[in-house]
Design a protein around this ligand. Structure first.
Ligand code: SOE
Length: 387
């Protein structure tokens, strides 16, 4: 018999749906001793949140997140709202002794992120940030190859995260669906929204980043407000960002992100080049990992394109037969399965809020570097002397 774990979700947009799907599926594909119960969904608009709850099977609704966080029948608070609210909800949830799950990026700034770390540490509650791409089987396989020492000394890391959905100046900013374009709601543009993913993956695979030098641009300077038609506001977010970085292990990196790469919808790629080998991943071909092994015989050496669908591959023994591909939504199911498994064994599942603070420090340093046109050192989250 599995033990019920009552979940309250706050937010019902894109991530609200991705997480709801994970709660519905996780026990069907993974044998776990915990079973999430979809107890309550929360959103400010009662009609919308009720429609969402009915569609996805949430048992009740709330229109004030404080009510949900204070409910005795909620064990887990899942935060899927604009970044502006992450800190307040996470701190309140931890203070109530709830398990805290939070969407990325962690917060509007490292300062807020640090308060979140303090709150979950004070309350000693399990927590996780949904950097879902770590749970793409091909990226988890990349981690395994790195940990097996197959790359040797690493020289380069190269990450790109490209989209094109904000090219038109007619796209408004702010409001229910376009808060990602409003600095007051999101904190930053592509740096927090897209590069945070690339930074999380890169540091997971290649260790801490200690220095950055960045440049950003806002191509469309003014946009109408979605929630106040006719009102035009300055755009303050970074539409594009490129930065150089150094890792603690001595490797150098380039990161690039934009929402103005015509034709690129969600192209998230990275390549790591080591002395003994290299790996390459592209989210537009999510079931493949490319791997180059310099140790292969000279005449047979070359990039291998590994189809990551065999049962030996991470997570894949829970799905179909070899060759049957899986997709984006599975990454959330994997994250949840790992997290519930951790609750069962007592093992910490990463990325925790503390891990996500490391990524937040890099994002903050990137934005500071772009603003000051200088190199910036990245403080270490767990070192109070630098943080
Ligand atoms: C932005 O368009 C976005 O939805 C991000 O917010 C997600 O984190 C990313 O995975 C897909 O793109």
């Amino acid at each position: 018999m599995s033990e019920p774990l009552n979940v309250g979700i706050i937010g019902y947009g894109f991530m609200g749906r991705a997480h709801s799907n994970a709660y519905l599926k996780v026990n069907r594909f993974f044998d776990l001793s915990y079973r999430p119960v979809m107890k309550a969904a929360c959103g400010r608009d009662e009609d919308n949140v009720s429609a969402f709850a009915e569609k996805w099977g949430w048992e009740s609704v709330e229109t004030d997140w404080r009510e949900l966080v204070g409910r005795d029948d909620i064990d887990v608070v899942d935060i899927c709202v604009p970044n502006k609210l992450h800190r307040d909800i996470a701190v309140a949830a931890a203070d109530e002794g709830k398990v805290v799950l939070c969407e990325k990026p962690l917060a509007m700034s490292a300062e807020e992120g640090r308060e979140m770390v303090e709150a979950v540490e004070r309350a000693d509650v399990p927590n996780m940030v949904w950097y879902n791409y770590r749970r793409v089987p091909a990226i988890a396989l990349a981690k395994r190859l790195v940990d097996e020492g197959r790359l040797g000394r690493v020289f380069h890391c190269r990450a790109r995260y490209l989209q094109d959905w904000t090219i038109s100046p007619d796209v408004p900013q702010g409001g229910h669906t376009l808060w990602r374009l409003d600095k007051n709601e999101a904190g930053s543009g592509v740096t927090g929204d897209l590069l945070a993913h690339s930074i999380d993956t890169a540091m997971w695979l290649n260790g801490p980043i200690n220095r950055v030098c960045a440049t950003t641009e806002t191509f469309v300077k003014e946009r109408e407000r979605q929630d106040e038609p006719g009102e035009v506001d300055t755009v303050d977010i970074d539409d594009a960002c490129a930065f150089l970085a150094w890792f603690d292990n001595g490797s150098m990196a380039t990161f690039e992100s934009t929402r103005y790469a015509r034709g690129r919808k969600n192209m998230n790629t990275f390549e790591i080049n080591g002395e003994k080998g290299a790996i390459f991943f592209d989210l537009e071909e999510p079931n493949y990992l490319q791997y180059y092994n310099h140790g292969d015989d000279d005449h047979a050496r070359g990039w291998r394109k590994i189809l990551v669908t065999d049962e030996e591959h991470p997570y894949m023994d829970h799905w179909w037969v070899p060759g049957c591909a899986i997709g984006y939504e599975h990454t959330f199911i994997h994250a949840l399965a790992d997290f519930l498994g951790g609750l069962e064994t007592g093992e910490t599942v990463h990325p925790t809020i503390e891990d996500a603070l490391e990524t937040q420090f890099v994002c903050d340093a990137v934005l500071e570097s772009a603003a000051d046109e200088t190199w910036q050192d990245v403080p270490l989250a767990n070192n109070p002397e630098t943080a």
